[in-house]
Design a protein around this ligand. Structure first.
Ligand code: ADP
Ligand code: MG
Length: 396
């Protein structure tokens, strides 16, 4: 069952909702609808399912309806029509008390401007949500301190928000949202105001937290690089409608329309492509079996000047150049003494991080999986090609 499910969810601001809806059905532009009816389409006929433990990103230009959509989820905004299910229960039918319980226990929201209270300390800010729930002081202190510890902020617990940098304030905002261990985190452009380096740290921290605690996260961003970095799946909104839902890969390879394509053209591919996307199949020699003669024969047959030396578990042992193989043959040495060091990178390493390594490396780079097994090699020419090719590089 989906953790969160939206069915035909629509929010139209203003009066003349019926007339505006009819115009929407006729695909009238939002601006025409506003002019004719005075109503603004916030979200129109949104359908989506978010799975438990997923990081689901909602993207779109400013005014496309992202904030409206996320506020509809916990009914900070009341829907015009349609349904919102949380664990199968229809939130749109809940009374005030049930809704308050959902907001306090199941969903926490993190805003762009942190929403910290200036006159409260970091610790007092962090325990705020628990305090509202009526949790006894000792217990909520303990929970808040644990959340701050996880965010590496415990040393700052007695400071006031104004004494912290923007990045740290945002982390306090996140710690506060996590303190009551919600099942769902709603994050509305939570990192957009941060400078790029801090932002990247926050993204990493969020991914790590999510892996540890398994929350379902619904994250709004207008930045595709960010969406691709953290999102398991991405929904793209335009003028209140969801125009595409898919993995980053789906969206890059098969953009649903020109609007989505325009987003994908904007991205820095070196921050999206990974070693796995640009590696080539490795040509190997198994040093537990092969001698110099077999290795040289392979090189001739494959028309290469070197081989990746692996053991029988496909763990990388080094690089065997033709020159060293010839020397080994002449001196009668075993192959494992003829190897040179080969740098390995994990298959998820970003192209931007590969570039600096490959410039300093005489041999190709070996690409390995989680078990440190060889899955491919990176050759300099192909890496440079991938970097240069900013328009129609295929992401396999
Ligand atoms: N309270 C409101 N009253 C009237 N129109 C609103 C209100 N909130 C948002 N809108 C309009 O709904 C549309 C979507 O806004 P919003 O959800 O804030 O977009 P985003 O978060 O993607 O920038 C915009 O045209 C905006 O002007
Ligand atoms: Mg917004």
């Amino acid at each position: 069952m989906a953790k969160v499910k939206l069915e035909h969810l629509t929010k139209i601001f203003g009066k003349h909702v019926k007339q505006a809806t009819e115009m929407m059905q006729d695909h009238a532009p939002k601006t025409d609808i506003l002019e004719k009816t005075g109503a603004t389409v916030g979200v129109y006929d949104a359908n989506l399912e978010v799975n438990e433990g997923e990081i689901f990103v909602i993207m779109g230009l400013s005014g496309s309806g992202k904030s409206t959509l996320i506020r509809l989820l916990n009914r900070l905004i009341e829907p015009t029509s349609g349904s919102i299910y949380l664990d199968g229960d229809d939130i749109s039918k809940m009374d005030k008390k049930q809704l308050r319980d959902v907001r306090r226990k199941k969903m926490s929201m993190v805003f762009q401007n942190f929403g910290l209270f200036p006159q409260r300390t970091v610790l007092e800010n962090t325990e705020y949500g628990l305090e509202v729930q009526g949790m006894p002081k000792a217990e909520r202190r303990e929970k808040a301190e644990k959340a701050l510890k996880n965010a590496n902020l415990l040393a700052f617990k007695d400071q006031y928000p104004s004494q912290l940098s923007g990045g740290m304030q945002q982390r306090v905002g996140l710690a506060r949202a996590l303190a009551n261990n919600p099942e769902i985190l709603l994050m509305d452009e939570a990192f957009s105001a941060l400078d790029p380096l801090i932002r990247r740290d926050m993204q990493d921290e969020l991914i790590e937290l999510q892996a540890k605690q398994g929350q379902t996260i619904i994250f709004i961003s207008h930045d595709l690089n960010e969406a691709l970095r953290i999102g398991d799946r991405i929904a793209i909104m335009k003028d209140g409608e969801i125009v595409q839902i898919g993995t980053g890969e789906d969206i890059l390879t098969h953009p649903a329309n020109d609007y989505v394509r325009a987003f994908t053209e904007d991205i820095d591919r070196s921050k999206v492509l990974t070693a796995e996307n640009i590696m080539v199949p490795p040509i190997t020699t198994n040093i537990d079996n092969d001698g110099p003669n077999v290795a040289l024969k392979k090189m001739r047959a494959e028309e290469v000047s070197g081989l990746v030396a692996v053991d029988r578990n496909r763990h990388v042992k080094g690089f065997l150049s033709a020159e060293n193989a010839v020397k080994a043959r002449e001196s009668g040495a075993a192959l494992d003494t003829a190897l040179t060091k080969m740098t390995t990178v994990h298959k998820d390493t970003l192209l931007s991080d590969i570039v600096s390594v490959i410039y300093d490396s005489p041999a190709p780079l070996a690409v390995v999986d989680d078990d440190n097994r060889l899955v491919g090699v990176l050759i300099r020419g192909r890496v440079l090609e991938a970097l240069a090719d900013t328009t129609d590089m295929e992401v396999e």
